[in-house]
Design a protein around this ligand. Structure first.
Ligand code: SF4
Ligand code: SF4
Length: 443
C-alpha cells in the first residue's frame, strides 16, 4: 500500500453535524488547579478493574501505583496528586454508576514518587522493554475507547502489523483537546508514534487529521519533517471519520470486515493523546496522571482547554471555565454524538475524558419518537453499512437475538442514525440496551 495524501478518500455514510469547535479551538490549554481531593476510579479502562494496593491513611506521591491490574486486559492506576488516602469505596463515575475508587486528599506539595526512571537514550531499549513501560504507566486509548494500549501492542504472530495510524481526526463536535495537543506537543506525539512503530516493528506511520484543522496539519507536518517514515494525512471532514475502521479505510485503503479488528488487516490505530502519553512514560518514566480536557458548550461561561489531573471533579473544571450559565441544562462527558449525560458533577476526570460539554436549555430539545417511516436515511448514514431502522424495530420489540443476527455487535454507537432520523428514533439507546441484555444472557 502506498497512497497519496488526499482529503477525499473516505468511508460511505456518515453525517455532518455542526462542529462548534470555534468555542474553544483557539484557546491554549491551561493547567487546571490541583484538586483538593482527587477521586481516582480503579476502573478507567475496558477490561478487568484494578485492585487497590493502598490503605486508608497511607501517604502517597504523584505517580505512585494505587491500583494493580487483575488480568491481562487491564491497566494500572496511579495517584495523580501527592497526599493522603482518605477513602476507598464506591463513588460516582462518568459511566453513570458508583464504582470503586481511591480518594486522595492533597498535601499541596504535588511531589512525584521517587524512582521514576528517565530514559534519555530510550532508542536503545528493546521493543519488549518499551512495551513493559507502556503497561506499567497505565496507558489506555485516550480518544475515549480506553482499551489498554499494551494489549494492542502485542498482536498474535499470525496477525502481523505493517501500519500504525495515529488518530488526530477529532471528528466529534465541540471537542478540541486533541487539536490543542497537536498544536502544543507535536514533537512528543511524533516521538510517541516512533516508539509505537518500534514496538510493533512497523515502517509506516500516519497521523490522520481532519482537514478542518489546517494549523494542526501544518504543525504536525513540521514536527514529522525529519521522519520520512511518517506521513501526516488530512482526512475528509465528516463524522465519524475518527472511528478506527473509518480512519483505516481513508488512510490505508483497507476494509476491516464485520466482526474483525484493525489488527486483522495489519493496522494498529492509537489516539494522538495516547502517543504523547507513551512518549512521556518512556522518556521521563511518568505514568498517566493527567490529560487534556476541553470544557465547552454554550452552557459554560468561558469554554477552555485544560491540562487536568485524573480525579479532578467535573464541577471544579466547570468552575475554572467560568461556571455554568443560568440556562445550563445538560452536562455530557465527551461530545454530543458519543458522550454520556451526567447527573452528578462530582464525577472525576478519567483517562478517557476528552471533554465536558454543557448545553443550554434551547439546545436540549427532547422530542418524542414515532414509528419508523422507512425513509432510509439512517441506512445511508450508517458508516458500518448496517440497517439501523431494522435494528430499532427488533430491539423495540425485545427481539435482541434477531438484532444480533443483523450485526448489532458491529454498531459502535456513533449516533449517526439517530442524528438523521426524522422520527427521532433513539437507535443508540436501544443498541446499548440490546447489547446489555445479550451480555446478561451470556453470563
Ligand atoms: S447503527 Fe450504529 S454504527 Fe450505524 S449509524 Fe447507528 S449508531 Fe452508528
Ligand atoms: S431514519 Fe428513522 S424513520 Fe427513517 S428509516 Fe431510519 S429509523 Fe426509520
Amino acid at each position: 500500500m502506498e497512497a497519496t495524501m488526499n482529503a477525499h478518500d473516505t468511508f460511505s455514510g456518515g453525517v455532518h453535524p455542526a462542529g462548534n469547535k470555534q468555542l474553544s479551538a483557539h484557546k491554549p490549554a491551561v493547567a487546571a488547579a490541583i484538586p483538593a481531593r482527587a477521586v481516582i476510579p480503579l476502573s478507567q479502562h475496558i477490561g478487568a478493574p484494578t485492585k487497590a494496593v493502598v490503605v486508608i491513611g497511607q501517604e502517597v506521591k504523584k505517580g505512585e501505583k494505587i491500583g494493580e491490574t487483575t488480568g491481562f486486559v487491564s491497566a494500572p492506576v496511579h495517584a495523580s496528586i501527592s497526599g493522603k488516602v482518605v477513602a476507598l469505596g464506591n463513588f460516582p463515575h462518568s459511566l453513570g454508576m458508583d464504582l470503586p475508587a481511591v480518594v486522595i486528599e492533597s498535601d499541596g506539595k504535588d511531589e512525584w514518587v521517587a524512582g521514576l526512571k528517565e530514559n534519555a537514550d530510550y532508542a536503545l531499549l528493546s521493543p519488549e522493554e518499551l512495551k513493559k513501560i507502556v503497561l506499567e504507566a497505565g496507558i489506555v486509548g485516550m480518544g475515549g475507547a480506553t482499551f489498554p494500549t499494551h494489549v494492542k501492542l502485542g498482536p498474535p504472530k499470525e496477525k502481523p502489523i505493517d501500519v500504525v495510524i495515529l488518530n488526530g481526526a477529532e471528528c466529534e463536535p465541540y471537542l478540541t483537546s486533541d487539536h490543542r495537543l497537536m498544536l502544543e506537543r507535536p514533537q512528543q506525539i511524533v516521538d510517541g508514534l516512533k516508539i509505537l512503530m518500534r514496538i510493533l516493528g512497523v515502517k509506516k506511520g500516519y497521523i490522520g487529521i481532519e482537514a478542518n484543522k489546517p494549523d494542526a496539519v501544518e504543525t504536525m507536518t513540521k514536527a514529522a519533517a525529519g521522519s520520512p517514515e511518517i506521513k501526516v494525512w488530512p482526512v475528509k471532514v465528516k463524522y465519524p471519520q475518527g472511528a478506527e475502521k473509518m480512519l483505516i479505510k481513508a488512510i490505508a485503503h483497507r476494509t476491516v470486515p464485520a466482526g474483525a479488528l484493525p489488527m486483522d488487516v495489519g493496522v494498529v490505530v492509537q489516539n494522538v493523546g495516547t502517543a504523547e502519553a507513551i512518549y512521556t512514560a518512556v522518556r521521563y518514566g511518568r505514568p498517566l496522571v493527567e490529560r487534556y480536557v476541553t470544557v465547552t458548550g454554550r452552557g459554560v461561561k468561558e469554554p477552555k482547554n485544560f491540562l487536568a489531573r485524573i480525579g479532578t471533579p467535573f464541577l471544579q473544571l466547570i468552575e475554572e471555565a467560568g461556571g455554568l450559565t443560568e440556562d445550563a441544562a445538560k452536562v455530557i462527558a465527551g461530545g454530543p454524538m458519543m458522550g454520556m449525560s451526567q447527573h452528578d458533577l462530582t464525577v472525576p476526570v478519567i483517562k478517557g475524558t476528552s471533554g465536558i460539554l454543557v448545553l443550554p436549555k434551547n439546545e436540549v430539545v427532547v422530542k418524542p419518537y414515532g414509528p419508523c417511516i422507512r425513509c432510509g436515511r439512517c441506512i445511508d448514514a450508517c458508516p458500518m453499512m448496517l440497517q439501523p431502522s431494522l435494528l430499532g424495530i427488533y430491539i423495540e420489540k425485545g427481539h435482541y437475538q434477531d438484532a444480533k443476527e443483523f450485526n448489532l455487535m458491529d454498531c459502535f454507537e456513533c449516533g449517526s442514525c439517530t442524528y438523521v432520523c426524522p422520527a427521532n428514533r433513539p437507535m443508540v439507546q436501544w443498541v446499548k440496551k440490546a447489547k446489555k441484555e445479550l451480555a446478561k444472557k451470556k453470563n
